[in-house]
Design a binder for this molecule. Structure first.
Ligand code: NAP
Length: 420
């Protein structure tokens, strides 16, 4: 492991794989963890999260040997490129890492570095827990009803990046092929067109859905909902749903019942210890999140639906400043908040670091440090309940006090010391 610009910390040891088949890790008490602070507000929330995670590790008799790695703007300064090879390699070699947001230009310019990183490291499941912390203001009446975890497929769908720009020779070739050879004559309007392809594979769908059902079974969750738009996109989103039921029926035996079976065979009474597998159409699902929140527990869905749904669900539990996420592959994880780089707030020591801190909490959990993970959650919850919060929550809490990002993080660290 040698790096030109990134520095390998001397006081840490690498995480290794204990079992190649299961992906189980061997985690030392002082693991080396690569961190990308990220663009925009990443420079505020990255260091804040680092400080809180250090405190939780130390309070439980461990330490984290951080390895700063670079992507986006910071990489352009140091390497003159957006995504240096050694950043990708550091994350691959050390298996568990955390990143802040990275900016993606809209329309033209380079493609999303976030999407590229998930793809190149084959981090195929983007997992976004949405649960309510006591004291967090919410636009809904009963935010505590939301306790959901979204498994979003990370490597395919319209995010695969197979698309052609209007006005190019390539797009005209694709148009000709689709119209002349694939029976879509007259479907595309005349004039300039942009075309994208939406691959949904059996392999990609089933491994994601397996992760979601495994999680539900292991954690005593009562249902997994397959979210799709299969009424319209029959051969992609509809097929995802069908593959989902296939996995459930062929691989999980008595651990799962489908929603149809639940009514046909059990009169709607869920047998103890089972997971109900059901499906919902995506547009209906977005309203069900609001109207029947507690009916949903684990969600398995494709890339684009998952992106929309997790922001909408995040709003119900306090907004993007709160919502954490983590990307999983086989024996590897990259934690990252749901929010973006919010450039208008960059470098102002203003935004809420909770989403990045709670993403770190997911990372600690993945390391098997559940005591440290619980400390982080309890300390953040206690801090928010005190009303001493960043601008986004303060504007919604009567009598709340506004703190800077760094002040909020320092107070969470103090609470970790008190709770430990
Ligand atoms: P955004 O950066 O998530 O910000 C949208 C709004 O959400 C902000 O204006 C702010 O709302 C609120 N917000 C986000 N993070 C917050 C925090 N930590 N604390 C408090 N409030 C927070 O979304 P965007 O403006 O659409 O995207 C900006 C850039 O980020 C784009 O280049 C996009 O591609 C990129 N992005 C990256 C990722 C990623 O790295 N995974 C994810 C999404 C977007 P108020 O102004 O109302 O307070």
């Amino acid at each position: 492991m040698s790096y030109d610009i990134a520095e390998l910390p001397e006081d840490g040891e690498p995480i290794t794989v204990a079992d190649e088949d299961t992906g189980e890790l061997d985690v030392p008490a002082n693991p080396i963890i690569p961190i990308i602070h990220g663009d925009g507000i990443g420079t505020d929330v990255g260091p804040a999260a680092q400080q809180v995670l250090d405190a939780a590790a130390e309070a439980t008799g461990r330490s984290i040997a951080w390895m700063r790695v670079y992507a986006g703007e910071s990489a352009r300064e140091k390497y003159d490129e957006n995504m240096p090879e050694e950043t990708v390699r550091a994350i691959r070699e050390h298996r568990v890492a955390i990143k802040g947001p990275l900016t993606t230009p809209v329309g033209s310019g380079f493609r999303s570095l976030n999407v590229a990183l998930r793809k190149v490291l084959d981090l195929y499941a983007n997992v976004r827990p949405t649960y309510h912390l006591d004291g967090v203001p919410s636009p809904v009446k009963n935010p505590e009803e939301m306790d959901m975890i979204t498994f979003r497929e990370n490597t395919e769908d319209v995010y695969a990046g197979i698309e052609w720009e209007a006005g190019t020779d390539e797009v005209e070739k694709v148009r000709e092929f689709v119209e002349d050879e694939m029976g879509a004559d007259g479907v595309i309007h005349d004039g300039p067109v942009g075309i994208g392809i939406k691959p949904i594979t059996e392999f990609g769908s089933k491994r994601l859905i397996r992760e979601a059902i495994d999680y539900a079974v292991a954690n005593g969750r009562d249902s997994v909902t397959l979210v799709h738009k299969g009424n319209i996109m029959k051969f992609t989103e509809g097929q995802f749903r069908d593959w989902g039921y296939e996995v459930a029926e062929e691989e999980y035996g008595d651990d799962v019942v489908t929603e149809d079976e639940l009514w046909e065979e059990y009169d709607g009474e869920q047998p103890d210890g089972t997971v109900v597998v059901k499906d919902r159409i995506a547009d209906n699902m977005l309203q069900q999140l609001l109207t029947r929140t507690s009916d949903y527990s684990v969600i398995a869905t494709m890339n684009l639906n998952g992106d929309y749904m997790s922001d909408a669900a995040g709003a119900q539990i306090g907004g993007l400043g709160i919502a954490p996420g983590v990307n999983f592959g086989h024996g590897k994880a990259l934690a990252e908040p749901v929010h973006g780089s919010a450039p208008k707030y960059a470098g102002q020591d203003k935004v809420n670091p909770t989403a990045m801190i709670l993403s770190g909490r997911e990372m600690l959990d993945y390391l098997g440090w559940s005591d440290a993970a619980d400390l982080v959650r309890d300390a953040v919850e206690a801090q928010i309940s005190s009303g001493r919060v960043t601008y986004d929550l303060e504007r919604q809490i009567e009598g709340g006090e506004k703190l800077a990002t760094s002040e909020f993080a320092e107070e969470v660290v103090e609470r970790i010391h008190d709770l430990a």
